[in-house]
Design a protein around this ligand. Structure first.
Ligand SMILES: Cc1cc2nc3c(=O)[nH]c(=O)nc-3n(C[C@H](O)[C@H](O)[C@H](O)COP(=O)(O)OP(=O)(O)OC[C@H]3O[C@@H](n4cnc5c(N)ncnc54)[C@H](O)[C@@H]3O)c2cc1C
Length: 1010
């Protein structure tokens, strides 16, 4: 079905204006200009990128890395690595340029200079200068052309409070210098005055997220407070100086919060009468029209207009990828024409409300601008209330044509160094070269009628029509192309999107409900009944140990024996239960967990001190395990058929028998669920012994499995002391299999105990043990440091470092070592430390007193071995340990070799990448590892030589997702196949081969023959 956008009363005029504008923007350039363009490398690069999608991806990736490359040789090497990729078809001129054997050679240096200069020229097209001085020159040129400006300070991602403070200070300074300079500018009435009103000559554009390093939709109140404290200072100073301030709009996750904060702030008495402020709305968002209506209502109440800058939106690719990865609904429209149509509708709505809101129409699309002009002219909108905006370097001709038509045009001019400006430059390059972009289509000289036709929206399913950008970015072109076994995509349970107010409210309500249920007693569940125990232990909130989460009945040895007997009795029935029925019980459990998601997260948060977002991700993982292993068992059920004529050969699986699951406290729900349901669905009768400190959550899992229909004796919940009852069950002759996750020390003991054949035992036991890690992240010179520093902080201090995947060593190459360390220290200092249930918390408590003391002992050792770079204050109540960074750590130091399982990081300086890999591999563990690099050969080398079970490149190293990133390591990190992967269930099964001779007296049916 095709939805035709209504042919509005403005259409005829829109078409006329658009034709006129297009004509003006397409005026023939002089012969000399064309000649010059023909030989300019920057133009050539863009032209090639447009004609070759493979080259476009690799070229933009190279450009992204370029400012980080320290020498011409490095530039030449990266040029070859990126553009020499087999997938890239090079135009002859580029092939010639790159035809050098050695990056050190003269031709290599020439190629480096040529391309670097071309990229610099490209950057200068879109960036108004590297310094304020240069930016002022640009502004003065714009003013000569009768164009107003808004200045944006390009900056690296704000990940530390020092950076947030510096952002504010740099803007204060910028406004000061600009307004000082503005005094020398002669009046340009077209832009400095409107309807008898003097307009601010100086306008700056700012981003809300840059005012607070921990800006987070999960914590709207905390973020608001911090951001507003700084913005108030900015707005007060702007008023004193007579500068206008405009707020940009960033990614969708921040949108509601940004609007909420601004609506509240700009209603404050002090700011309520200000009309020189503005906010931005993005028409590519499906809920943007609703937001505009809200803003109109709000503006009416406010009583003083401010500006709404209407744009289509700059993060389409990012938003699409993010929603695909998280299985969230796509917030942006999926068709370019839908964005265009919405832009036009919003333009009309905005202009129809011009007495409440001033309109700034930000677009380089002639049709979009023409429609706005047509409406503005018909509605006779006063000059003050309407202006057109373009980005610097994106719509020069259009801007000139608009000025000539008598409109006020404002140019959005970013300025600053190229390195922090790279994200901006790449966005512009993508936009300019995307197939769907108006600018590109116009450059291709598409027919006028096509370019200015009203947008037509096809109705099509969500997910269709992704642009060339997304497709190109998602298939990894830097890798050689082996042919992996295709695996159907598993539909993971989506995590909660805390940008939604409703989700935050549900989480808060669940915390309150769970609080009312604290202190109950949880007894073992044996043979279908809860059995009282003589001993109980308190499980407490590690952030507030006086708060008892629950009392847990400790299983006695006699009860363990009863449970094992019950399991033995239930086994024959359970092994005969059809696989589908077993899998359906898991699916039902997943459904029950989904229904209790917020409640389960709240229990995790309170019992083990895991912050809300991570607790929520853990519930998703538990759900995924149930569904994934259910599917996997159904896949394996059929076994394999190796028949030949006259003989059938069947390869089938049977369960092992009795499984003892010993689960840890750090993923109290996900790991307990994963190991338990894997054992169950494979047909084993299973006893779950959770860690003492997380037995309440395990009791919730037991409730869920029972409610899902697990038969009596098949699953039993057996909390107890690991060293007594745990060891008893491990050694028991009736136990067939032990699935364990925890420390290397306990894991190795279980491995040894299980190897001893006990009297009466007629089988060998299988042990699956996932143990520790001493995980390293390597940061090389080409890394994106915004990404690397934020990734290290999250990987190291998320859940206070108490994940086996957590980063505890950061290996940094010498040339960037000091920069990385400096930012790492500041980023760590900027973290909020507190109780896990608080929305502002990034670092919660550690699990208990013993853990705290052990970690503190390591910190003391560290003081003797290395230099302590960060220690933060922590709350007095609760088991808190400060996030701690040691620098100048020797690779052999204890803190660089032993697993600490807490928020302690050792930074190790190395001379080059080979050294980095050697240090990374120099421990007894091989669990997870990370690499931040934009050097393809380093990525390739790490892929084969970095000895870890899970290698993460240019992202955090924690948070493996079922099926997408099967998890587990080797060396002393564990024995067994990866959890959440295609080999995992095999460990819970015994394979058998059944061969039958089906010939009778020389006769057997032969397939295909009658
Ligand atoms: C003065 C000014 C300030 C700006 N400030 C901001 C800001 O604060 N925040 C921000 O996000 N952007 C901002 N932008 C950037 C702006 O969003 C992009 O430059 C703009 O979207 C390009 O649109 P266009 O109308 O010029 O071009 P067009 O070519 O007509 O439109 C391109 C746009 O369409 C959208 N699109 C592309 N493919 C699809 C698809 N398959 N389905 C749906 N939509 C699609 C994308 O948003 C893309 O950017 C600003 C732009 C200007 C001019």
């Amino acid at each position: 079905m095709v939805v035709q956008v209504a042919n509005s009363i403005y259409e005829t005029q829109t078409t006329e204006i658009a034709k006129h504008l297009l004509d003006a923007t397409r005026q023939k350039r002089s012969f000399f200009a064309q000649m010059r363009d023909h030989i300019r490398w920057d133009d050539k690069l863009l032209a090639w990128a447009m004609s070759n999608p493979g080259l476009r991806v690799q070229l933009f990736r190279f450009i992204d890395a370029l400012p980080a490359l320290g020498s011409k040789t490095e530039v030449a090497r990266h040029l070859q690595e990126y553009l020499g990729d087999e997938s890239v078809e090079l135009p002859a001129a580029l092939k010639n340029l790159l035809n050098f054997a050695n990056p050190d050679s003269m031709p290599g240096q020439l190629a480096a200079s040529t391309v670097s200069t071309a990229v610099e020229t490209l950057a200068n097209k879109y960036i108004a200068g590297a310094t304020i001085k240069q930016a002022i020159k640009t502004i003065e040129r714009l003013r000569k052309d009768k164009m107003a400006f808004t200045l944006d300070l390009l900056g690296e991602a704000v990940i530390t409070e020092a950076e947030a403070q510096s952002y504010l200070e740099r803007y204060l300074d910028l406004m000061e210098q600009l307004t000082q300079e503005a005094k020398n500018w002669s009046t340009v009435s077209e832009i400095d005055q409107a309807d008898g009103e003097e307009l601010s000559r100086v306008q700056v554009s700012v981003k809300l997220t840059a005012f607070y390093s921990q800006f987070d939709p999960l914590d709207p109140e905390g973020s608001k407070k911090q951001v507003c404290d700084r913005i108030r200072i900015l707005l007060r100073r702007a008023k004193e100086l007579g500068a206008a301030v405009h707020f940009d709009m960033e990614q969708y996750v921040y949108k509601d919060m940004t609007l909420g904060i601004l609506k509240e702030l700009l209603m404050e008495d002090e700011f309520r009468d200000r009309t020189d402020l503005g906010i931005t709305l993005q028409a590519y968002l499906q809920d943007s029209k609703r937001d505009l209506k809200d803003i109109i209502t709000w503006a009416k109440e406010r009583g003083n207009p401010l500006t709404v800058r209407l744009v289509k939106g700059a993060y389409w690719d990012q938003e699409t990828i993010k929603s695909l990865q998280n299985h969230w609904q796509q917030p942006v429209y999926n068709q370019k024409s839908a964005t265009d149509a919405n832009f036009e509708e919003m333009t009309q709505l905005l202009l129809e409300n011009h007495q409440y809101l001033y309109a700034a129409i930000g677009s380089h699309n002639v049709r979009s601008q023409a429609k706005a002009i047509a409406i503005a002219e018909q509605l006779n909108i006063p000059r003050r209330n309407f202006e057109m905006q373009v980005l610097y370097g994106m719509g020069d001709q259009l801007a000139k044509a608009l000025v000539q038509r008598g409109h006020r045009v404002r140019v959005y001019a970013p300025y600053g160094e190229l390195l922090p400006g790279m994200a901006y430059l790449i966005r512009r390059l993508l936009e300019n070269t995307a197939n769907s972009s108006f600018l590109r289509q116009s450059l291709e000289e598409r027919p006028v009628e096509e370019l200015i036709a009203p947008p037509v929206v096809d109705e099509e399913p969500v997910g269709a029509g992704f642009t060339d950008n997304v497709i190109a970015k998602t298939d990894n072109l830097t890798k050689p192309a082996p042919s992996p076994i295709p695996h159907p995509q598993f539909p993971n349970a989506p995590d909660t999107d805390y940008a939604q107010a409703e989700a935050r409210e549900k989480a808060q309500n669940a915390l309150e409900t769970v609080r009312q249920q604290l202190g109950k007693t949880y007894y073992p569940f044996i043979n279908g009944d809860y059995q009282p125990t003589t001993e109980t232990v308190d499980s407490v909130n590690p952030a507030n140990p006086s708060e008892i989460i629950g009392k847990v009945g400790l299983l006695s040895i006699e009860q363990a024996e009863t449970a094992l007997n019950a399991a033995k009795a239930a086994f024959p029935g359970w092994r005969r239960t059809p696989v589908k029925q077993r899998a359906d019980i898991l699916r039902q459990a997943a459904k029950l967990m989904e229904g209790r998601r917020e409640e389960l997260s709240a229990w995790i948060c309170l019992e083990v001190g895991k912050a809300l977002r991570e607790a929520d991700a853990e519930v998703s993982e538990a759900i995924d395990f149930c569904r994934y292993y259910g599917d996997e068992m159904e896949r394996l059920e059929g076994g394999y058929i190796y028949d030949v004529a006259g003989e059938t050969n069947r390869y089938v699986y049977q369960p092992r028998g009795i499984a003892v699951v010993i689960s840890p406290w750090n993923f109290p729900l996900a790991i307990a669920t994963g190991m338990t349901v894997a054992a169950l669905v494979a047909g084993n009768c299973t006893l779950l012994k959770p860690a003492e400190t997380s037995s309440v959550i395990a009791a919730k899992l037991a409730e869920i499995l029972v409610a899902a229909g697990i038969p009596q004796g098949v699953f039993q919940y057996v909390p107890g002391k690991g060293s007594q009852v745990g060891a008893y069950m491990v050694k028991h002759p009736d136990t067939h299999l032990i699935a364990f996750t925890g420390s290397q020390e306990v894991g190795c003991r279980i491995y040894a105990d299980a190897a001893i054949v006990q009297p009466g035992q007629t089988h060998l036991k299988r042990v699956i043990a996932e143990m520790g890690g001493k995980n390293a992240i390597i940061v090389d010179e080409s890394a994106d440091l915004d990404q690397a520093v934020a990734g290290v902080v999250k990987s190291a201090f998320g859940y206070s470092g108490q994940k086996c995947s957590a980063c505890s060593r950061v290996i940094v190459l010498d040339p960037i070592h000091d920069t990385v360390v400096e930012r790492l220290i500041e980023a760590t200092r900027s973290l909020n430390i507190g109780a896990a249930e608080l929305a502002s918390t990034q670092v919660g408590p550690v699990i208990d007193d013993t853990a705290r003391n052990r970690i503190q002992d390591y910190i003391e050792k560290g003081r003797q071995e290395a230099e302590i770079a960060v220690e933060c204050e922590v709350p007095e109540t609760g088991y808190f340990v400060s996030p701690t960074i040691f620098t100048n750590v020797s690779p052999d130091a204890k803190i660089a070799q032993e697993e600490i399982f807490g928020p302690v990081v050792a930074v190790i300086r190395v001379k080059d990448f080979q050294d980095a890999l050697a240090v990374a591999n120099g421990t007894k563990y091989a669990l997870t590892g990370g690499l931040y690099s934009r050097t393809p050969s380093h990525i390739d080398q790490a892929s084969t030589e970095f000895e870890v079970g899970n290698l993460y490149i240019n992202r955090t190293i924690t948070g493996a997702i079922v099926s997408r990133q099967p998890f587990g390591g080797f060396k002393l990190s564990g024995v067994g196949s990866k959890a959440g992967g295609p080999d995992y269930l095999l460990q819970f099964l015994e394979p058998r081969t059944i061969t039958e001779n089906i010939q009778r007296q020389g006769f057997a049916p032969i397939e295909g023959v009658d």
